[in-house]
Design a protein around this ligand. Structure first.
Ligand SMILES: Nc1ncnc2c1ncn2[C@@H]1O[C@H](COP(=O)(O)OP(=O)(O)OP(=O)(O)O)[C@@H](O)[C@H]1O
Ligand SMILES: Cc1ncc(COP(=O)(O)O)c(N)n1
Length: 277
């Protein structure tokens, strides 16, 4: 730990409704008791229904923001979310490389609403420049399929994908998340370079899953900043996101946000949870 408290920097896009992107990351860092900092890549006009518009910040201004943070409060871990263009990816890769900071990449490509958050031509830059720097990469099934140009139909194939992302694309560890599997379980699989680990939970029947991937990877980043292992960080992330989905807030007209303090309700007497159910 570099400072009096573990510190994490997120580099990502925004969500004014507060469920995904930078806003979800900062809420999550606070709940995990690490000091959260943020650099904005794109300002997104979005809500629980979809994306209405996007304004990308110039890559050199993203670089200035990163430099401002890194020269002053160097984070224990950097996490990235939405990075829309190759130019942004190169600048971010150069900073992570220069300062040798442990790195969690959530390879955000398409929002749950179906809107594209990454330029499709940037895939190769993500593979060439960002994945080799990753301590952990956290694709959902469609993202893993894009990264590997192959389809994933089962948990066993998700395990193969996690192995390939490490061995062929150079990430240190990969978690292929199971939110997009259509069965009764949401099984995440981790390959940490040594072995495969499965993290299964029952699938919760809800449409309120906006920002699950952002929140999940933010927990992993926070736990790594505390000095925990990749395995323990993923285990905590899975518990945290399950409670955040279970006690989701039922806000908005579409796919609502999760509840970033849901874990606090687990184990409490039912009367204390009434307003959330
Ligand atoms: N309905 C559900 N019930 C239980 N767990 C779920 C459900 N949906 C997603 N999860 C869990 O949430 C985490 C995020 O997975 P998911 O595949 O939804 O990521 P994602 O698609 O990147 O999220 P997003 O794009 O919303 O940020 C994983 O741990 C996954 O298992
Ligand atoms: C800025 C930003 N980053 C990531 C997501 C993905 O979240 P989801 O797939 O739940 O919409 C998002 N909607 N917005």
């Amino acid at each position: 730990m570099k400072h009096s408290i573990p510190t994490v920097l997120t580099i990502a896009g925004t969500d004014p409704t507060g469920g995904a992107g930078i806003q979800a990351d900062l809420k999550t860092f606070q709940e995990r008791e690490v000091y959260g900092m943020s650099v904005v890549t794109s300002i997104v006009a979005q809500n629980t229904v979809g994306v209405q518009d996007v304004e990308h910040l110039p890559a050199d201004f993203i670089q200035k923001q990163i430099e401002s943070v890194l020269v002053d409060i160097s984070p224990d871990v950097i996490k990235t979310g939405m990075i829309a263009t190759s130019e942004m990816m190169v600048i971010i890769a150069e900073a992570i490389d220069k300062y040798s900071i442990p790195y969690v990449i959530d390879p955000v490509m398409v929002a749950k609403s179906g809107d594209h958050l990454m330029d499709v031509n940037s895939k190769q830059t993500m593979i060439d420049r960002l994945l080799p720097l990753a301590t952990v990469v956290t694709p959902n099934i469609p993202e893993a399929e894009v990264l590997l140009s192959e389809s994933i139909e089962s948990v066993a194939e998700a395990e193969d994908a996690a192995r390939r992302i490490v061995h062929e694309l150079g990430a240190n560890a990969a978690v292929v998340k199971g939110g997009h599997h259509v069965n009764d379980e949401a099984v995440d699989v981790l390959y940490d370079g040594a072995g495969i680990h499965r993290f299964p939970t029952a699938r919760i029947n809800t449409k309120h899953t906006h920002g699950t991937g952002c929140t999940y990877s933010a927990v992993i980043a926070a736990e790594l900043a505390k000095g925990n292992s990749v395995y323990d960080a993923v285990k905590t992330a899975k518990l945290f996101i399950t409670d955040a989905i279970r006690y989701s807030l039922k806000l908005g007209k579409g796919n609502g946000p999760t509840n970033h303090w849901g874990y606090r309700l687990q184990g409490l007497p039912k009367r204390n949870r009434r307003i959330f159910q």
